[in-house]
Write a protein that binds this ligand. Structure first.
Ligand code: BTN
Length: 259
């Protein structure tokens, strides 16, 4: 199947959302969609504006890592102006929306590795980078950056091949990126609007975490901890039961599952 370049109309036509994805800009190549989204937010872009790139030349990951975004993958950023209280939940909204869109479009089961990697068959298929600017108790903007390995051959990227997968690799065929993006934007809006109604998004995110109950190693800053990933708190922190019986709350870090 040949898939042509993504266009704003292909994404927005008939998209059943109120604001997320109603304004879309598509670029053949960008250093990082998050950078363009931040600039557009500072210029007052409408809430829900989406920036899409066919490829990124300097894609960024969490913890100052690089993110590979070759052609055939999805790289996009969503601009939001949330209240401060919503900020910790944006990773939950984004990871759940990605997992649901993968399941809806491909039928593959997608799970979340704390805090917000999406896995298929225990391999990473999506990374999410939320960046925001906060002044006092006001969020100037938040940008949700999402990268999904859709139609990419992992054999061409030996540096990530052992721990990553792509939709085309899992299915043995290419997947229409347009359908994944449209489903993702619709799910993201439903979940974002649901944040006003209490903790249901938190509970759904927690119930989709592949991490809980598992033996894990967590690197956080310079430190590394191991133990059982017992639970998560509503602010998204991981609660790690350490070998000495104590419970450690980890706000940010990177988990390795010890299967
Ligand atoms: C991670 O797993 O470390 C997060 C990766 C986030 C990648 C996305 S792709 C779209 C957006 N633009 C970027 O430069 N990064 C995010």
């Amino acid at each position: 199947m040949v898939e042509y370049s993504l266009s704003p109309a292909a994404i927005t036509d008939g998209l059943a959302t109120r604001f997320i994805g109603q304004e879309v800009s598509c670029y053949p190549s960008l250093p990082s969609t998050n950078d363009v989204a931040k600039r557009r937010a500072q210029e007052g872009a409408k809430e829900g504006t989406v920036i899409v790139a066919e490829e990124q030349t300097a894609g960024r990951g969490r913890i100052k890592r690089r993110w590979l975004s070759p052609r055939g993958s999805i790289a996009l950023s969503i601009i939001l102006y949330p209240p401060l209280a919503y900020l910790p939940s944006l990773i939950m909204v984004a990871s759940l929306a990605v997992a649901r869109s993968i399941e809806q479009v491909t039928g593959l089961k997608a799970k979340i590795k704390w805090p917000n990697d999406v896995l298929v068959n225990y391999k990473k298929i999506c990374g999410i980078l939320v960046e925001s600017n906060v002044r006092g108790d006001k969020v100037d903007y938040a940008v949700i950056g999402i990268g999904i390995n859709v139609n990419i051959k992992l054999s061409e990227f030996p540096q990530i091949a052992p721990m990553a997968t792509s939709l085309s690799r899992e299915l043995g065929r290419d997947v229409p990126r347009r359908e994944v993006i449209r489903s993702l934007l619709a799910e993201a809006e439903k979940l974002y609007l649901a944040l006003a109604a209490g903790d249901s998004v938190f509970r759904q995110w927690r119930d989709n975490l592949v991490t809980l109950g598992k033996k894990v190693q967590v690197s956080s800053g310079e430190a590394t901890y191991s133990g059982i990933a017992e639970s998560v708190a509503s602010d998204g922190s991981l609660l790690l039961r350490q070998p000495d019986g104590s419970l450690l709350k980890i706000v940010a870090g990177d988990v390795t599952l010890r299967r």
